[in-house]
Design a protein around this ligand. Structure first.
Ligand SMILES: *Cc1c(COP(=O)(O)O)cnc(C)c1O
Length: 495
């Protein structure tokens, strides 16, 4: 299986090269040249398999330049008991006969980014070997919280990689900061940046495009790489859990083979829901894909009108990982829905860059509406969903998951569809203790990790062990830089 670019169908590169490059040089996203098909027998073969086996079998369909044994070994490392707090890895919890929740936060950082970031470093490390690369990859990350920690945890002590994370000094939660500055591993580094997330991100982008820095690093044996969600190596591990969820529902007798189910996904950069779309395109019996947004409802409007317009106010919400106005991964969907028309996609992206807006063709719009339903949920709705699910169903959700639950209810009311629907839970409620406590009517007593016990008293749900362990953990990093000093931090880190 080869990969080409959403802006250039002539390009042909291997899976390993796609993982190593991250983004195509023409600015497009690297995408498989065909979508492998799975049938009933494939699914039947996975029903009684462990998550790790399911991951290796699904990924092998796309990464034909990796052996299934290699992928199986990566899956063991990524999803084993030292990393995930449940053997199921991505368990499905059913709340009633047609509503289930796919929990993706049982990994080391308690957010769904772990599902991909436990796998990507191993794919990348092997890709260096496979492509004859002699340099070490240095991953630079600007983070608003979740991605930086999950990336460090994934890359820690992975051979031939180093990782340096920049976070905005006053822009992450106390739990998130504690998670990052206590990170273990010989190849990791963390630095606070004076400013907000945009300052950190702009600094990282500038370093990536600085030829002098690139040259200096190449002389020392390094090249810069990125771990953000446009890398195919982050999308593919996410396809696995949709197929896995279907197999679990089959095994539990909740659905019959071939029965269509819906997925409702809390969406930011469109990576998670795109993976669900690929699972459907592979032949998984899926009905509607429900795209849930918070107050930043650019995708809701897009799915309803066919017009993507980022010219609107940016809202800071209690579901910060979904506060985003440009969903990069949408480009892969447009490529597929347009019949892989690279010129058409390049046109949309050019309009987005120039005017912040584009309108898709009538045929793309029709295809979008056939596959997706979009809705959004404001702050009051998010809190109300947390309270209602906690009270009526005894199920405690984080703020991102609550957005999905609320939009799922809206979808059911609007359409009358009663099909089995799986909504996706992307973070542990313990990552957002203060908002969750307030939503269930409690006044937070304290801040950051101090709130873990209070939420435990209210919910009775166990505190994830890694979050609990933060309390006694030694701080390893205490570096702060001005935006202009970030280059120096990189050069020092890669001595
Ligand atoms: C990243 C993230 C999302 C959004 O996922 P996308 O793939 O960017 O759409 C949702 N919830 C949480 C908790 C996240 O960390």
């Amino acid at each position: 299986m080869n990969y080409y670019s959403t802006r250039d169908r002539e390009l042909r590169i291997s899976g390993a090269e796609a993982v190593k490059m991250g983004l195509s040089r023409d600015g497009g996203l690297l995408t498989p040249e065909s979508i492998p098909q799975i049938d009933r027998a494939f699914l039947e073969g996975l029903v009684n398999a462990r998550y790790q086996t399911r991951a290796a079998k699904v990924m092998a369909l796309y990464l034909t330049d990796y052996t299934e044994e290699e992928l199986a070994a990566f899956a063991e490392n990524a999803y084993g008991p030292d990393k995930f707090d449940t053997e199921a890895v991505a368990p499905v919890r059913c709340l009633d006969e047609n509503t289930c929740c796919l929990e993706l936060w049982h990994g080391p950082t308690s957010a769904f980014k772990d599902m991909a970031l436990q796998m990507l470093p191993q794919l990348l490390s092997a890709a260096l070997e496979k492509t004859g690369e002699d340099k070490t990859a240095c991953i630079l990350v600007a983070t608003s919280g979740d991605t930086g920690k999950a990336a460090m945890e994934g890359f820690a002590d992975v051979p031939r990689t180093k990782i340096l994370v920049f976070y905005p000094k006053d822009g992450v939660s106390k739990v998130q900061e504690a998670q990052m500055v206590t990170q273990e591993g010989e190849n990791v580094g963390v630095c606070a940046v004076v400013g907000n997330f945009d300052d950190a991100q702009a600094g990282v982008k500038r370093i990536f495009s600085d030829a002098a820095i690139r040259e200096a690093l190449a002389e020392r044996g390094y090249f810069l790489s990125s771990a953000n969600s446009i890398n195919w190596g982050r999308i593919l591990p996410q396809v696995v859990y949709y197929i896995s969820a279907y197999c679990d529902l089959l095994r539990e007798g909740k659905i019959e083979m071939g029965q269509k189910i819906n997925f409702c996904v809390p969406t930011g950069n469109f990576g998670d829901i795109l993976a669900a779309y690929y699972a459907k395109r592979m032949g998984l019996p899926v009905g509607k894909l429900i795209c849930a947004s918070n107050r930043n409802d650019v995708l809701t409007d897009f799915l309803r009108t066919g017009i993507y317009d980022r010219n609107r106010p940016f809202h800071t919400t209690m579901s910060p990982s979904m506060d985003i106005l440009v969903s990069s991964n949408l480009e892969r969907l447009l490529f597929d829905l347009s019949g892989e028309d690279d010129k058409e996609v390049a046109g949309y992206m050019e309009a987005l860059a120039k005017e912040g807006r584009y309108e898709v063709s009538p045929s793309v719009k029709a295809a979008l509406q056939e596959e997706f339903w979009g809705g959004f949920c404001d702050e009051a709705g998010t809190s109300a969903a947390i309270a209602a699910y906690n009270k009526e169903r005894g199920y405690l959700m984080d703020t991102h998951t609550a957005v999905a639950a609320s939009v799922m209810e809206q979808y059911r009311q609007a359409t009358g569809d009663t099909a089995m629907t799986v909504f996706v839970s992307t973070a542990s409620p313990y990552k957002f203790c203060d908002h969750v406590l307030r939503a269930v009517g409690e006044e937070p007593r304290g801040d950051g990790v101090e709130l873990l016990d209070q939420l435990h008293e209210v919910s009775g749900v166990a505190v994830p062990r890694r979050l609990a362990a933060l309390r006694g953990k030694e701080r390893r990093f205490d570096l702060t830089a001005e935006k202009a000093g970030m280059d120096g931090v990189v050069l020092d880190f890669l001595r």
